[in-house]
Design a protein. Structure first.
Length: 230
C-alpha cells in the first residue's frame, strides 16, 4: 500500500505563479509591486530632503543663538528667509510702533513655517493611501484567485493537491504582495511624520529666536531715540 503524500506541483515560485495567474490577479500584483516601489522611492527622497533642511535649520539655530542683532545674524546666515523677512519688515515699518512690527513679523514667520511644513509633508499622503488600500487590493486579488481555483476544481472534477494548490498559491501571493506594499508604507509614513513634526518644532524655535532679536533691536532703537530727544 502506497502511503506517500501527493507530489507538490512544480513551478510554484513567485515568478511562476505570476505567469500562470489570471490576468486580473496579474494586474493586482503589478499594481502592488509598483505601489511598493513608489513607497520606497518617496521614503528615500524625503529622507534626503529632511536631512538637507535639517542641516540648514541647525545652522540657522546656531547662528541665531550666538547673534546679538538681526543684522549680525543676517551676515552669518547668508540672508536666510526668516531673518530676511524680519529685516524687511523692520525697514518697511520705520517710524511705526514696535508692537505692530512684532505682530506683523510673527505673522510672516508663521506663514513661512506653514509653507515649510507643507513642502516637507508633500508626497507623504501617497504613503498613507498605499498603506490603507494595499491590503484590500491584495485581498481582492486573493478572492479572485480563489474563485478561479473553484472554477478549475469544478471543471477538472477533482480535488487533488495538483489541481487546488496552484490557484490557492496564486491567490495568497496577491495577499502577500498587499502586505509587502502596505507595511513599509505605513512605517515610512509614521517615521516621516515624526521627522516633519520635529523640524517644525525647530522652525518654531528659530522664529522665537528671531522675534527675540527683533524685540532687542526695537527696544535698543527706541532707547536711542529717547536719549536723542532728551
Amino acid at each position: 500500500m502506497n502511503t506517500s503524500l501527493p507530489a507538490i506541483p512544480h513551478g510554484l515560485t513567485p515568478w511562476g505563479m505570476f505567469l500562470s495567474a489570471d490576468v486580473i490577479v496579474q494586474a493586482v500584483m503589478v499594481c502592488l509591486t509598483l505601489a511598493s516601489v513608489i513607497s520606497w522611492s518617496i521614503g528615500l527622497a524625503k529622507v534626503m530632503e529632511l536631512r538637507r533642511h535639517g542641516r540648514r535649520l541647525g545652522r540657522l539655530l546656531d547662528i541665531l543663538g550666538r547673534s546679538r542683532t538681526l543684522a549680525e545674524a543676517a551676515r552669518e546666515g547668508a540672508n536666510a528667509a526668516p531673518i530676511a523677512l524680519a529685516l524687511k519688515e523692520m525697514a518697511a515699518s520705520t517710524g511705526l510702533p514696535p508692537d505692530g512690527i512684532r505682530v506683523r513679523t510673527a505673522s510672516g514667520l508663521a506663514q513661512l513655517e506653514a509653507d515649510h511644513g507643507r513642502r516637507l509633508a508633500a508626497g507623504t499622503g501617497i504613503l498613507a493611501t498605499i498603506g490603507s488600500t494595499a491590503p484590500f487590493v491584495g485581498l481582492f486579488g486573493t478572492v479572485w484567485g480563489i474563485m478561479n481555483s473553484f472554477v478549475g476544481i469544478s471543471k477538472a472534477q477533482a480535488t487533488s493537491l495538483a489541481v487546488v494548490a496552484p490557484g490557492i498559491a496564486e491567490a495568497l501571493l496577491a495577499t502577500a504582495l498587499g502586505l509587502v506594499a502596505a507595511i513599509p508604507a505605513v512605517v515610512i509614513y509614521n517615521l516621516l511624520g515624526r521627522a516633519v513634526a520635529a523640524q517644525r518644532a525647530d522652525w518654531a524655535k528659530a522664529s522665537g529666536e528671531i522675534l527675540r532679536l527683533l524685540g532687542r533691536d526695537l527696544d535698543r532703537g527706541h532707547a536711542l531715540l529717547r536719549q536723542a530727544v532728551e
